[in-house]
Design a binder for this molecule. Structure first.
Ligand SMILES: [Zn+2]
Length: 215
């Protein structure tokens, strides 16, 4: 009888130890995954991301919606999205891999439909965007953004500076020493150039520091 009780106690003790270990292990696993889980900036369907665009259907058929991850200005991992032409999708994926690896801060990446297709509103919000069926600002010429072959990143850190000295977005300033800014030593700039892209910071008549495009 005594022997049976001891055996029962032993079994109970084993069950308690195993359960405790299991709970602790699950908790550790859970906190690890919840910590590395990105903050979601955008999670649209393709239809949502192009809703209301004036682009012709044959162009829409060539667009893809990419899920991208980046560390934002809060130093935390975020998940955003970007609409690009299928011909540059691999390049943009490569660029965002490097952005994530090097922790080059990207404020946010949300398809511009969220800003009612307003480039000004998107720039003001320091948003990264690509496809937008629109003219080059101040002209009636279709921008490379209209084909999803241009990408704008951190416009508030990398504004447009016109010859007149006017800056867009309003109130922004270009300080190449600031994190998230493009300049000739920036590895993201170098990778874009290596992949055959053009940088708006190399334009002669005006500077568009947040802009990269590929013909
Ligand atoms: Zn641009």
């Amino acid at each position: 009888m005594k022997e049976k009780r001891t055996k029962n106690l032993f079994v109970v003790a084993i069950v308690i130890i195993v359960t405790t270990c299991f709970i602790e292990y699950s908790y550790a696993l859970f906190s690890e995954t919840s910590e590395s889980k990105p903050i979601v900036d955008s999670k649209m369907t393709f239809e949502e991301a192009i809703a209301g665009t004036q682009a012709p259907q044959e162009l829409i058929d060539k667009l893809v919606l990419l899920d991208v991850e980046y560390y934002s200005t809060d130093k935390r991992l975020h998940a955003g999205q970007i609409v690009v032409h299928q011909d540059v999708a691999e390049d943009v994926k490569t660029i965002f891999q490097l952005i994530k690896e090097t922790r080059f801060p990207v404020a946010k990446a949300v398809p511009i439909v969220k800003y009612a297709w307003s480039d000004d509103a998107s720039m003001n919000n320091n948003n990264c965007s690509a496809f937008n069926y629109r003219f080059v600002a101040g002209t009636e010429r279709l921008s490379n953004h209209a084909f999803g072959k241009a990408v704008d990143i951190n416009p508030r850190f990398n504004p447009v500076i016109y010859e007149s000295g006017k800056i867009s977005p309003k109130g922004a300033a270009y300080d190449p020493k600031r994190e998230g800014t493009f300049h000739k030593d920036c590895p993201i700039y170098k990778k874009f150039i290596e992949l055959g892209w053009r940088w708006g910071g190399d334009f002669i008549s005006f500077k568009d520091y947040h802009h990269f495009d590929k013909k």
